[in-house]
Design a protein around this ligand. Structure first.
Ligand code: GLU
Length: 287
């Protein structure tokens, strides 16, 4: 007698990720973000993934990857599935670039940083200058290095009005405010925007838990999802930890690294408990 197949459940498995760039040591702000993403998944019986965003070959260091693993283990955070390294995923980014190029949405940009800064005097203090579109419509120049930029106005016209969810609230996507972003760099075959969008979809990430410093980037990611036919996760941008002076930990030159705390004999699980309770751990090594 044939056996009846088990009924299929359509329950959506929650998948979150922590996606550090191994360009330096992690600090308490990273720990906070990793804990929130980890706990979000665990509370829903979901999966928590670790993705190493090491496409920046000049700044990424293998020793930082090792330290990241040690830091997470020290905090008591375990990840599911194999760790993904973006440096191993370059063909996937190249295929997406081809797709966008085929849609006529990319152009070569030969500008140097100094040229862009000089042409974008209106950039608010500290902000990346908005690219003024100098190379849009420029003819190809053989033997010169270039990056690929997204023609944002054309991309937005093609995708139409979009929204995404942050903490369950619908946010109208406003990628125009970011200008013609770089999707493949002169020295790297993909930019952060492209790689993160493709990998969140490829890893079936349902919920992106990350700091508010990446809120603006989400407008671009939502647009890329629409152009490339990828699903849109739910976003949960969290507040950033600041020191007693109100300055973001990431911006403080003396913010303690997790490795320094670990080496000073501090217990990672206690640090994690304090962060979960919303307290910035106060330890001699962290001042
Ligand atoms: N790799 C990025 C960073 O370290 C974070 C990427 C993300 O969470 O979307 O800032």
């Amino acid at each position: 007698m044939p056996t009846t197949p088990a009924p299929r459940t359509s329950a959506r498995v929650t998948v979150t990720r922590f996606a550090p760039s191994p360009t330096g040591r992690l600090h308490l702000g990273h720990a906070y973000s990793a804990i929130l993403a980890h706990d979000f998944a665990r509370a829903r019986d979901g999966k928590f993934l670790l993705r190493i965003e090491d496409i920046d070959g000049t700044r990424s260091r293998p020793e930082h990857i090792e330290t990241i693993r040690d830091d997470l283990a020290w905090l008591g955070l375990a990840w599911d599935s194999a760790v993904i390294h973006q440096s191993q995923r370059l063909p996937a980014y190249a295929a997406a670039l081809d797709q966008l190029r085929g849609m006529g949405l990319l152009y070569r940009c030969y500008c140097t940083r100094a040229e862009i800064a000089a042409a974008s005097l209106s950039a608010p203090h500290g902000a990346e200058p908005l690219y003024p579109g100098t190379c849009r419509g420029r003819s190809d120049e053989p033997d010169r290095l270039y990056c690929w930029r997204l023609d944002m106005a054309a991309a937005v016209a093609r995708a139409g009005a979009l929204t995404w969810q942050d903490h369950g609230r619908a946010i109208p996507a406003d990628p125009l405010a970011t200008g013609d972003v770089v999707l493949a760099r002169k020295d790297a075959p993909a930019s952060y925007h492209l790689a993160v969008t493709i990998d969140d979809a490829w890893q079936s990430v349902t919920d992106v838990v990350r700091g508010r410093d990446l809120f603006a980037a989400t407008h671009v990611h939502r647009l890329l999802q629409a152009l490339l036919g990828l699903p849109t996760p739910h976003y949960h941008h969290h507040y950033l930890l600041t020191g007693p002076d109100g300055v973001r930990l990431a911006k403080r030159h003396n913010a303690p690294t997790l490795a320094a705390l670990r080496e000073a004999g501090v217990e990672g699980r206690k640090i994690a408990a304090e962060l979960r309770a919303g307290r910035l751990p106060n330890h001699p090594a962290s001042t």
